[in-house]
Design a protein around this ligand. Structure first.
Ligand code: TRP
Ligand code: ZN
Length: 879
């Protein structure tokens, strides 16, 4: 147990700040083990807060206070109170602006939590969201206090030649003792979570962007010298993002300078600090031989995400942390659409829905389920969740669906215009959407406060005489008491047996190209389609128009039909997934009965038909040929049987490979022969389908298939091809396995991000020796518990991407994970807490596994000095 019982913070207890900070003048003298901070604040009483004479409570943690002066007069120790979390001054002026000058010191080198000011390799950098600024100096560390910042950095010129902070560089100079200084001024007021500084030996690439109003913006990306040849894609992505936000949302960049710094030690993906984004190297660095096509896509997506935050997050920020989805949900939605426009809309939607359904649905069905706007938290860092981010984005997407694109953009414009410079709530966002469109969103608002994934049950009755179809939709949310009745957009189309779409209509419902958006608002509601000439085949929830689970019986023949004919690219893929999933579930039953397995003709025929197609979007074709993930299948089982899922799925994969060897080999060769290593979407599509074919073929474990993988590995022109081949080799009985792994390590030992791949490919292997391998990798000289990327690549990959081995019956996987969580707890609570997630789903498993998982959770909770972060996740999952 933690020393004091951790406090829960409630949304309902929100109150306006008693004091506001108008300006902040920060002065840093930077050394790795000793940083001296002087902060000069101008403070006023907040006119919006009725309370008078309240004490001024500044938050501060892990700080050493040196002195404090009010209006120039140094305070004696009796004039303030200091504890581990705050500095309280009882008596401050009420009717005039006053100044506080605070001096304190910190030790960045000792900061392994990577929150506040910390060291990564030899550079100094900050991470302040959500509550890291209080680890730099005493402050009103809350997002509704917005101030103008001026920052002066002083440091050794040799160790820290580059000194960066938010805004514009306004002055610089030299000092004695080989030191220099730089002053930065940010003209926009901002909450302190958007503050950043960076100091180090950094190289940079520079470029320019001309905005829609003709302003010239300087763009700079800073990295360690050895990475300077891996920045070009990030720079191009930044320019694409800037243009996209102008074209799509009419949003222009506001400062004259935009900087990105890549750091090797980072808790998450990246951070949108004003004018000075700090990024995990993983989302900046790319060269064709070191980064995969997926890495390239993710880099562009994250660069876009952080850039888009400048309007959705920075210019308009959150009133309090319960409103996190206001900026994150909207910004994820924006980056999803950006990536869709840059790549393939169909594939991007499939990838996003896949992620949502395998991971967010599990969160929403488990002990940590929460609405996209949570009502309570112990540690806010635990609420940077798939629910707040990904489901939050789906909620914004539904608003667009209900309003139509044009009204949605009117709503966005109104939101930006109304709230620029403010710290607001989700309610303000919905209100703007409502005001601009006149669409009633009162019932829709419930999505913000209702946890859990709705199940929508679908029943259809066709009346041949009337030529009408009645669709009965009903909604419920399993596991949620008194669940709200939600407003759910359900996109539908009807197909005739000849594969054409019907021209049917429903009263009061708009149809666009024969697709209708039904608005389910009741618990049970009938929708009557007129003008339905024959029994239709139903394509429902097209484009995944709402984050719900469908409950509907559809014969395999109808699914096979939709897989051929649906003109909604998402639903066409979905039909194939449902078809394959229901066959896998039948096989799981067969396994449980101990009978021998066989593969149904309908699946082979369907796959054969897809393989024979020529499609301009090969990435999409690859999606059609991919089997549903083990995690997704697990999500649909009442009691997860990891082994049966794995065996049934492998059986399907192997059988398809065996029955369709010729077609798959041909497709492989056709897309491999002229591999040039280019990065355009055609070349990327070729690699995606080719490597899927390789994966199928390697299931055959023949000399030929081993040879094929080995050739690709040895001659790869891109990391996409090299790592795909290595994956196939590691997951088969390829005799070259050890040699390839060793060679890969030799080749890439100086590239941290590639070595991460080397760890995770071994940690996620399905081969029998994996657990032993994982244990020895933990002792490998390149493993480092203090580097979050490395932890995720070994501990994260094993516990989250290797169900068969992680869930080993004897509990060794759980024990391994708990050991790592306990070790990480004292080093980096945020990363430790994320790793606990692999234990939180214990209720989904058989009794024996449940007990083993609970034992480890209890062991974690009973650790000395358990962090709030880990305590909250572990205790809530046991409750
Ligand atoms: N706001 C960041 C984003 O979504 C994420 C973030 C929150 C973060 N807290 C963090 C990143 C801590 C790194 C460390 O873009
Ligand atoms: Zn974000």
């Amino acid at each position: 147990m933690p020393e004091a019982k951790p406090q829960t913070i409630y949304l309902k207890n929100y109150h306006e700040p008693e004091y506001l900070i108008e300006t902040v003048d920060l002065n840093f003298i930077l050394e790795a083990e000793y940083a001296r901070v002087v902060s000069r604040l101008t403070i006023t009483h907040n006119p919006d807060n009725k309370a008078r004479n309240a004490a001024l409570v500044l938050l501060g943690e892990e700080l050493t206070l040196i002195s404090i002066a009010l209006n120039g007069v140094t305070l004696t120790t009796s004039q303030y109170k200091l504890n581990d979390e705050s500095l309280t001054i009882a008596d401050v002026p009420q009717n005039t602006t006053f100044t506080l000058a605070i001096e304190n010191t910190i030790n960045p080198k000792a900061n392994s939590a990577l929150e506040g000011l910390f060291v990564s390799n030899d550079m100094l950098c900050t991470q302040c969201e959500a509550q890291g600024f209080r680890k730099i100096t005493y402050f009103l560390d809350r997002p509704d206090v917005m101030a103008r910042f001026t920052t002066t950095l002083i440091a050794d010129k040799t160790l820290y030649p580059v000194l960066l902070s938010n805004g514009n560089k306004v002055a610089q100079g030299e000092l004695i003792d080989n030191r220099h200084w730089v002053t930065w001024e940010d003209p926009f007021k901002k909450p302190c979570y958007l503050f950043a500084l960076v100091a180090g030996q950094l190289e940079c690439i520079e470029d320019h962007f001309t905005t829609m109003s003709g302003r010239d913006i300087t763009l700079k990306i800073f990295v360690e010298a050895h990475d300077i040849d891996k920045c070009a894609h990030a720079m191009q992505s930044l320019k694409n993002s800037m243009r996209w936000d102008e074209v799509t949302y009419g949003r222009e960049y506001d400062l004259d300078l935009y900087m990105i710094v890549a750091v090797g030690h980072f808790n998450m993906g990246a951070m949108e600090n004003k004018g000075l984004n700090v990024f995990n190297t993983k989302f900046v660095l790319a060269r064709p031989d070191t980064a995969t096509d997926m890495d390239y896509e993710h880099i562009e997506g994250v660069i876009g995400h952080e850039y888009f935050h400048n309007w959705t997050g920075n210019r308009i920020t959150c009133r309090d942390w319960f409103q996190l989805s206001l900026k994150e949900g909207f910004t994820v939605f924006r980056d999803q659409e950006f990536t869709a426009d840059q790549t393939s809309k169909a594939v991007k939607r499939i990838d996003d829905v896949n992620a949502l359904r395998t991971r967010q649905f599990a969160e929403d069905a488990g002990p940590l389920a929460h609405p996209i706007r949570p009502e309570a938290y112990i540690e806010i860092n635990n609420f940077y969740t798939l629910t707040v981010y990904e489901k939050g984005a789906e909620v914004v997407r539904m608003i667009r669906t209900l309003l139509g694109t044009e009204n949605f953009h009117k709503g966005a414009d109104l939101y930006f215009q109304r709230h620029d410079g403010q710290a607001v709530t989700c309610e303000h966002f919905v209100q703007a959407m409502e005001d601009a469109s006149n669409k009633d969103l009162s019932q829709f608002r419930r999505w913000y406060s209702q946890a859990g994934t709705p199940v929508v049950k679908v029943e259809q009755t066709y009346d041949a005489a009337k030529q009408s179809l009645t669709l009965t939709l009903s909604q419920s949310i399993p596991g949620q008491k008194n669940a709200a009745v939600l407003h759910i957009p359900v996109k539908v189309a009807l197909f005739s047996e000849d594969g054409t779409i019907m021209d049917a209509s429903v009263v009061d419902t708009v149809a666009i190209n024969n697709e209708l958006t039904l608005e389910l608002r009741e618990q049970t509601q009938d929708f009557i389609f007129e003008n339905v000439p024959g029994t239709p085949i139903l394509s429902i929830l097209r484009g995944f128009s709402a984050p719900v689970k469908l409950q509907m019986s559809q014969p395999l023949t109808e699914l096979a039909f939709l897989l051929r004919h649906d003109n909604d690219s998402f639903n066409r893929w979905e039909a194939g997934q449902k078809l394959t999933a229901s066959i896998i579930f039948e096989l799981i039953d067969t396994i449980k009965q101990g009978k021998s397995l066989s593969i149904p003709e309908i699946l082979i025929d369907s796959f054969k038909a897809i393989l024979e197609q020529t499609s301009p979007d090969l990435s999409y074709l690859a999606c059609l040929l991919s089997l549903p993930a083990e995690n997704y299948l697990a999500e649909q089982m009442p009691v997860v049987d990891v082994e049966a899922i794995h065996h049934a799925r492998q059986f399907v994969k192997r059988s398809l490979a065996a029955h369709l060897t010729e077609q798959i080999s041909a497709l492989y060769l056709q897309n491999h022969q002229q591999e040039t290593g280019e990065l355009n979407s055609a070349a990327i599509g070729k690699r995606r389908i080719k490597n899927l074919c390789l994966d199928y073929l390697s299931q055959l474990n023949t000399d030929d298939s081993h040879q094929l993988a080995h050739n690709q590995f040895a001659n790869a022109k891109t990391m996409t091809d090299q790592i795909a081949a290595l994956g196939s080799i590691v997951n088969s009985e390829n005799p070259e396995k050890q040699a390839c792994l060793q060679q890969f390590y030799q080749q890439w030992q100086d590239e941290a991000l590639v070595i991460d791949k080397w760890f995770s490919i071994q940690a996620s292997s399905t081969q029998p020796d994996t657990f032993t391998v994982v244990q020895s990798l933990l002792r490998h000289s390149a493993f480092d518990l203090k580097n979050p990327n490395r932890v995720r690549s070994l501990v994260g990959a094993f516990s989250q991407a290797n169900p068969v081995h992680y869930h080993a019956k004897n509990g060794q996987g759980y024990q391994f994970l708990a050991d790592q969580v306990i070790a990480l707890n004292s080093l980096n609570p945020q990363v430790a807490s994320r790793m606990v997630s692999a234990l939180t789903q214990w209720r989904r498993f058989d009794k024996q596994r449940q007990d083993l998982m609970k034992q480890q959770l209890e062991r974690i909770i009973n650790t000395d000095n358990i962090s709030k972060d880990v305590f909250e996740i572990a205790s809530k999952s046991l409750a």
